[in-house]
Design a protein around this ligand. Structure first.
Ligand code: GZL
Length: 330
């Protein structure tokens, strides 16, 4: 009799384990039970920080999209520190959320924590910024911009603007956060494009960490050590706005004595563009919330999503900014 009971108990244990393995491997819940109701879903989002107008617009848009969808969003702000994002992701794994989404502050150093999410059966979606991991199974999808193209668009404007110039054009570059995908790629795309005109030379390049204060501080140093700067290429509006403060403090006229190109097209940047203090802005949309909700809903329904979903973006001249400003959402 004892033998019979022990075999039955072993059988129940195996079934239970099998059931557990199926549950933990199923994205967003138990694949046998089908999709969860949206109000049962929990998503953990690890945000970079609140370093720029773009970031605060991105956070607001994601939070309102999940609120509108009735999906619980756990949110963390890493103050631009990778260790804080990793801590937040680990905490979401501990809490057993259904999905994790995050914008990696830098490209490298994510494999360990993403493998922990994978082992826990929690699908991960990258938003805004990418990781350089060789193992693409560590995330379901990347949703964001083509930063190389953004850099190329900035460089193309310069080529057109100086098409008839035979004089050297001295450019200083305000880089985004060191190691961040937008900083790496916007520099790459821009450099490739301006190489088409050998009058262009980047005489100084340094990170302003995507902040207005950082852009101002670096631009002050550039102005002190470079007497004849023609152009500033800033990887985001906030650093460009900081550069404007430094240029004006030096008694020069931004947009005229020194031309400025930035990326993002947030309201403050567009206002400076309309006022003639910035000459050209390449748009980078922070409005990723609805697309992220759609990805989560599709996965929850057992569907599949594209590995890379690139957002639609445009560019703005001073005239276009004057027209677009009244309807600008962020
Ligand atoms: C780009 C985003 C960048 C913005 C900056 O998608 O990661 O970070 O261009 C923001 O304004 O700080």
């Amino acid at each position: 009799m004892k033998k019979l009971i022990s075999i039955a108990a072993a059988g129940v244990l195996l079934l239970g384990l099998a059931g557990c393995a199926t549950d933990s491997a199923a994205p967003g819940g138990d694949s046998d039970a089908g999709p969860k109701a949206l109000d049962e879903l929990v998503v953990g989002f690890a945000q970079v920080g609140a370093e720029s107008g773009w970031r605060t617009a991105n956070t607001k848009d994601i939070q309102s999209a999940f609120a509108d969808a009735g999906i619980e969003l756990k949110f963390s702000d890493a103050q631009q520190k990778q260790e804080n994002q990793i801590k937040a992701i680990r905490s979401y794994i501990q809490q057993g959320v259904d999905y994790i989404a995050f914008s990696p502050v830098v490209e490298t150093g994510w494999d360990a924590v993403l493998n922990e999410a994978k082992a826990a059966g929690i699908p991960v979606v990258l938003t805004d910024r990418a990781v350089d991991s060789q193992d693409e199974s560590l995330y379901v999808s990347f949703l964001g911009s083509d930063f190389i193209l953004e850099g190329e668009k900035a460089g193309q404007w310069l080529l057109d603007e100086y098409a008839d110039t035979s004089e050297p054009v001295n450019i200083v570059q305000l880089e985004g956060t060191t190691g961040a995908a937008p900083a790496i790629d916007r520099a790459e795309g821009f450099a490739e494009k301006i190489a088409e005109n050998d009058n262009f030379q980047v005489i100084a390049s340094q990170t302003g960490d995507f902040t207005r204060a950082g852009g101002k501080q670096v631009m002050e140093a550039f102005l002190k050590s470079n007497p004849d700067i023609d152009v500033v290429y800033a990887h985001n509006d906030d650093m460009g706005l900081g550069a404007i403060e430094a240029i004006e403090a030096a008694g020069l006229t931004p947009g005229e004595d020194i031309k400025i190109i930035t990326v993002d097209a947030v309201k403050d940047g567009m206002q400076a563009l309309a006022d003639g203090k910035i000459n050209f802005i390449v748009e980078c949309s922070p409005l990723l919330g609805d697309q992220l909700v759609d990805i989560i809903k599709t996965l929850n329904d057992g569907g599949t999503v594209e590995k890379r979903i690139v957002t639609e973006e445009t560019t703005f001249t001073q005239e276009q900014a004057i027209e677009a400003l009244p309807d600008r959402q962020y």
